[in-house]
Design a protein. Structure first.
Length: 298
């Protein structure tokens, strides 16, 4: 049944359901002058679809709850919701309902549901010897945010990575079907999220810093001493642990899903920890940490 009643009603699915929820809060996840209202709506949906992608799920529906200050124009709300609807429909899903309320700060909370018609990827399946691959490029979103916070205008390619991230639905499903062992979406930063995956799987990892896929603007910044590709959050790419059989099909999978796929490291015994390696093979100390909502600041 479509929105309009007290509840959305969904028919039972023959497949398991994957459910996720996430929120975007003004002055925490975005600033109003960084993106338009429709872009904000699309982004709120995409960050949830990315979680579904990491599980190998197919999006089915979304619920959207918007809390907004009373002074926010009605047109702005309409444009946010239009962006949510467009992004949901582009993913082949439907907006099943939601809620509007007033609040001191603008926030958009989305719950997304999807089905698992094939294998389900979790964070806990990686094995020693697995290859680590990532989709797309890393660090662009964080580099854009760093520029904005410094009062600068980011390179257009970097701004686009923050404003319009891509949920890697096709890649997640294809990699799951091909035999990948584990996956996580890169929202807190590559090394932070790799740490989550390794902890869940009981393995360690070695990542080669030189192999991290970067936009040219990020490559220049990292060469100058930053670590945006290794630690920058909110890329919403996928980090996947996969066996040799997947590696042998990598080019075909990349073409079939229209998604760049790059091998960046391997899973090792847990005793070795999670290490970012320099070009000379030495451990590289990441200069900035991944995003942590509850980290104390001084």
């Amino acid at each position: 049944m479509p929105p309009g009643d007290d509840c959305a009603v969904a028919a039972p699915s023959p497949h398991p359901l994957a459910l996720t929820t996430d929120a975007l809060v003004d002055d925490v996840h975005f600033r109003r002058d960084w993106l338009s209202w429709p872009e904000l709506g699309r982004r709120a949906i995409t960050v949830n679809l990315s979680d579904l992608a990491a599980m190998g799920a197919l999006p089915a529906w979304t619920l959207v709850a918007v809390a907004a200050p009373p002074e926010l124009p009605a047109q702005a709300l309409d444009e946010i919701l239009d962006g949510c609807a467009d992004a949901t429909e582009d993913a082949g899903a439907v907006v099943a309902g939601g809620n509007l309320t007033t609040a001191p700060v603008l926030s958009i909370t989305v719950t997304a549901g999807g089905t698992l018609p094939g294998p389900c990827l979790t964070r806990g399946g990686a094995r020693v010897g697995d290859h680590l691959l990532v989709t797309g490029t890393l660090g662009g979103s964080a580099a854009a945010v760093a520029a904005w916070l410094a009062g600068d205008r980011p390179d257009a390619s970097l701004a686009a990575r923050f404003v319009a991230p891509v949920a890697r639905i096709a890649a997640g499903r294809a990699l799951a079907a091909a035999g990948a062992h584990a996956a996580i979406d890169v929202s807190d930063g590559l090394m932070a999220d790799l740490g989550h995956l390794c902890a869940a799987s009981g393995v360690g990892a070695v990542v080669e810093r030189a192999r991290l896929p970067r936009l040219p603007a990020v490559a220049r910044l990292d060469a100058a001493g930053h670590d945006f590709a290794a630690s920058g959050g909110e890329d919403y790419e996928l980090l996947v642990a996969c066996p040799d059989v997947v590696l042998q099909r990598l080019d075909d999978l990349a073409r079939a899903t229209d998604t760049p796929l790059a091998i960046v490291g391997r899973c090792v015994d847990a005793a070795h920890g999670v290490v970012l390696q320099d070009e000379d093979g030495r451990p590289h100390a990441v200069r900035t940490r991944g995003f942590d909502h509850f980290a104390r600041t001084t």
